[in-house]
Design a binder for this molecule. Structure first.
Ligand code: TRP
Ligand code: SF4
Length: 334
C-alpha cells in the first residue's frame, strides 16, 4: 500500500522558477511512490481574496495547467478543487472547537501574513477576518480529510503543519483514535533567488520569472537583472558569484556553457550585455518544452477539465469515507 501525500496550492497566480525548482521538481519525484492528492485550494485563496473572485477562478485553471506543463502526470496525481469537497468545510467546523483563538493568533505563519496584508486586515491586524484567522483549521481539514500522511510544504508552512498535528492529537484524545498525524517534508529545500538578488523569488516581490512569461518579458527582466556592481567596463574582470545573471546561467544552462561564463567573467573577456543575451537564449530554451505543454493544454481545455473532474471524483470518494469515520467517532452519525 502506498502512503498518501496531500498538498495544496492557492490559485492566486502563475507558477515561477522558484516554484519549479522548489516544490515542483519535488512533486515530480514523489508522484511515482505515493498516492498523491493535490488540492487547488480555492476556498483558502478566497480567505484573502474574497473581494476578487475572478482572480481565484481564473487561476484554478492556470495553476493546473502550470503543474501539468512541468511534468506532473494526471495518471499519478489526483488534482482536485477544494470547494468541490464539502467534507473539508464540514470538518473545519468540527475542528474549530479544538483550537483556541489565542493559539491561532500566535501562529507564526498567520502572524507574518497578517502583517503583510495591511490593506486588507489593517495596520495592526485589527480587521482580520474570522475566515483568515481560521485558515490553519481549514488546512488541517484539507490534510486529514485524505488521511494525508506526508505533506510536502515550504518552510513557511511548518507552523501550520504543527497546528494540524495538535488538532489531530486533541481529536483523537477526545473522540478516540481516528485521525492520522501527518508529517511534513520540506518541498522548497532548494530556494531560488530573485532577479534582484533577493534571497527568495516571489510574485509579490516583483523579482520572478514566470513559467509562462513571454520571450519579450523574459528579455526585459534579464536585461535588468543585478550583475557584479564592481564591473564598470566591458573588459573589467568580475566576480560571477555575486551576479544574478551567472546564478541563472547555473540554473538553466549546460555545464559547459556555465564554466565558460564563469571563467570568461573572471578573466574580463566577457561583457555583461553579451552574457545577458546568452542567458535569455538559454532561458528560452529551458522553458520551451514547458511552454509547449502549456500551449497544448490551453488548446485542449476539455482535457484540463476532465483531469480536474477525475481527480475531484477520487477525492470525493475518499472524503466520504473519512467523514463516516469522523462522525461515528463524534457520535453524530444519525
Ligand atoms: N497554505 C498553503 C500555501 O499557501 C496551501 C495549502 C492549502 C496547503 N491546503 C494545503 C499546503 C494543505 C499543504 C497542505 O502554500
Ligand atoms: Fe555577470 Fe556575466 Fe557580467 Fe560576469 S559577465 S558580471 S557573469 S553578467
Amino acid at each position: 500500500m502506498k502512503k498518501t501525500i496531500l498538498t495544496g496550492l492557492r490559485p492566486t497566480g502563475n507558477l515561477h522558477l522558484g516554484h519549479l525548482f522548489g516544490a515542483g521538481q519535488n512533486y515530480i519525484k514523489l508522484q511515482d511512490d505515493y498516492d498523491f492528492y493535490l488540492e487547488i485550494a480555492d476556498v483558502q485563496a478566497l480567505t484573502d481574496n474574497f473581494n476578487n473572485p475572478e482572480k481565484v477562478r481564473k487561476n484554478v485553471t492556470e495553476i493546473t495547467i502550470d503543474l501539468l506543463s512541468i511534468g506532473l502526470d494526471p495518471n499519478k496525481v489526483n488534482f482536485f478543487i477544494q470547494s468541490k469537497i464539502p467534507e473539508i468545510a464540514e470538518l473545519t467546523v468540527f475542528y474549530s472547537n479544538l483550537v483556541t483563538v489565542a493559539r491561532l493568533e500566535r501562529n507564526p505563519t498567520v502572524k507574518t501574513e497578517i502583517a503583510q496584508k495591511k490593506e486588507l486586515f489593517g495596520n495592526n491586524g485589527e480587521s482580520i477576518t474570522y475566515g483568515f484567522l481560521g485558515y490553519p483549521v481549514s488546512q488541517a481539514a484539507d490534510i486529514t480529510t485524505f488521511d494525508g500522511e506526508v505533506v510536502p510544504v515550504g518552510e513557511d508552512q511548518l507552523p501550520l503543519l504543527e497546528q494540524c498535528r495538535e488538532i489531530v492529537r486533541k481529536f483523537n484524545s477526545i473522540y478516540g483514535e481516528t485521525l492520522k498525524e501527518p508529517n511534513a517534508i520540506l518541498s522548497d529545500a532548494k530556494r531560488v533567488k530573485g532577479l534582484d538578488g533577493n534571497d527568495k523569488m516571489g510574485k509579490s516581490l516583483g523579482n520572478a520569472i514566470f513559467l509562462n512569461d513571454t520571450e519579450e518579458t523574459i528579455k526585459k527582466k534579464i536585461m535588468a537583472a543585478v550583475t557584479d556592481p564592481e564591473k564598470i567596463k566591458k573588459d573589467d574582470p568580475a566576480n560571477p558569484e555575486v551576479c544574478m545573471v551567472y546564478y541563472y546561467h547555473n540554473l538553466v544552462n549546460t555545464k559547459e556553457n556555465k564554466e565558460k561564463v564563469c571563467s570568461e567573467c573572471k578573466k574580463g573577456s566577457r561583457g555583461c550585455v553579451q552574457c545577458k543575451k546568452e542567458l535569455i537564449e538559454a532561458m528560452n530554451d529551458f522553458l520551451k518544452p514547458i511552454k509547449e505543454k502549456r500551449s497544448y493544454y490551453e488548446n485542449h481545455p476539455e482535457e484540463v477539465k476532465e483531469i480536474l473532474d477525475n481527480g475531484t471524483k477520487k477525492a470525493q470518494e475518499k472524503a466520504k469515507e473519512q467523514m463516516k469515520k469522523v462522525k461515528k467517532a463524534m457520535m453524530i452519525d444519525y
